[in-house]
Design a protein around this ligand. Structure first.
Ligand code: RIB
Ligand code: CA
Length: 316
């Protein structure tokens, strides 16, 4: 079986948790490490949540490192209205006994990429501050990164603002650095993000499973059903699934640029969907636009079933 070596960059929140559980459990994923960043909540809470999720997944000794405490410019914007004050639905889960790696996030990414015998895919599921800092600090190592498969952006509407998706909006300058880096990018954005979900009934089935990972996932979803209703989107998980099951997504290449202005479109990923002929007639190509693979559609049931059968080994 071909395994893909990945590094997840997270701001664990509930859907980052769904992605971490999947990445730690699926046999086709070789989870080299996890880096934490300021996003849904503060980075130290992200670390605590991430360690708890790795415990629930029964994960081995996977290095977890602390990254940026704020965006490159501007202030943090926490999404407590969705994820709760602790980023995990305020469930009061027991603390993990795991310790974090002594290296910073960018050092851990550098070391894991340099040490890997096979190509590494970076999977950012959060604001791109850590990834931008890594690209700027270790450009020679960055050339060895096979691909960046990121949850972020939108070819349509935003969520944090009418124009911008939360991860890009939280740190637009970081996102611009990543998109312009030259590393091949697959953008898994809001155009598909909300569609794979798990219902309240399915969460109860997970809670009733004999698989501890399934019980944890079910409890998490049930708690969020109370907060945000049913179904609960699997969100970030879809980006990880896209790495090992590309048959589940439909993509197209477009030029993309990140708006880093101070105006109402700040943090928008401007995706140039004009027909090619127009671009030839009107050579108004996007300034500093990156040619990005953008996810436009997906197999919802395929995505849902892949997650459910991975999280619960008894799922029928
Ligand atoms: O816009 C959705 C993204 O913002 C997800 O990664 C979610 O976890 C939050 O970080
Ligand atoms: Ca996230």
């Amino acid at each position: 079986m071909t395994r893909t070596s990945v590094i997840l960059d997270v701001d664990t929140g509930i859907d980052d948790a769904f992605a971490l559980l999947f990445a730690a459990r699926h046999p086709k994923i070789n989870l080299l490490g996890v880096t934490c960043v300021d996003g849904n909540t503060n980075v130290d809470q992200v670390i605590a949540n991430t360690l708890k999720v790795l415990d629930a997944a029964g994960a081995g000794d996977i290095p977890v490192a602390r990254g940026a405490v704020k965006p490159l410019l501007g202030q943090s914007h926490y999404a407590e209205y969705v994820h709760g004050a602790d980023g995990m639905g305020d469930l009061g889960l027991p603390d993990s006994t795991r310790s974090i790696d002594s290296r910073t996030a960018v050092e851990l990414i550098r070391d894991l990429v340099e040490a890997s015998s096979d190509p590494v895919t970076l999977v950012p599921l959060a604001p791109l501050t850590n990834i931008a800092l890594f690209l700027r600090a270790f450009p020679e190592t960055a050339k060895k990164v096979e691909r960046i498969v990121l949850m972020g952006g939108s070819a349509s509407a935003g969520n944090a603002t009418p124009a911008a998706e939360f991860n890009v909006w939280h740190d637009p300058e970081a996102a611009a650095i990543v998109f312009q880096s030259g590393v091949p990018i697959l953008m898994y954005g809001l155009d598909v993000f909300m569609r794979p979900g798990v219902t309240a009934e399915e969460a109860k089935s997970l809670e009733a499973s004999t698989d501890p990972c399934a019980q944890f996932a079910g409890a998490l979803i049930s708690a969020f059903v109370e907060r945000i209703g049913s179904p609960v989107t699997l969100g970030d998980y879809g980006a990880v699934a896209s790495v090992i099951a590309p048959e589940l997504i439909t993509t197209q290449f477009f030029d993309v640029v990140v708006d880093t202005s101070a105006g109402p479109a700040r943090g928008q990923t401007i995706v140039d969907r004009r027909p090619p002929l127009e671009l030839e007639i009107e050579p108004m190509r996007l300034e500093s636009g990156a040619h990005v693979e953008v996810t436009l559609d997906l197999d919802v049931e395929g995505m849902r079933n892949l997650w459910l059968t991975t999280i619960d080994q008894h799922w029928k």
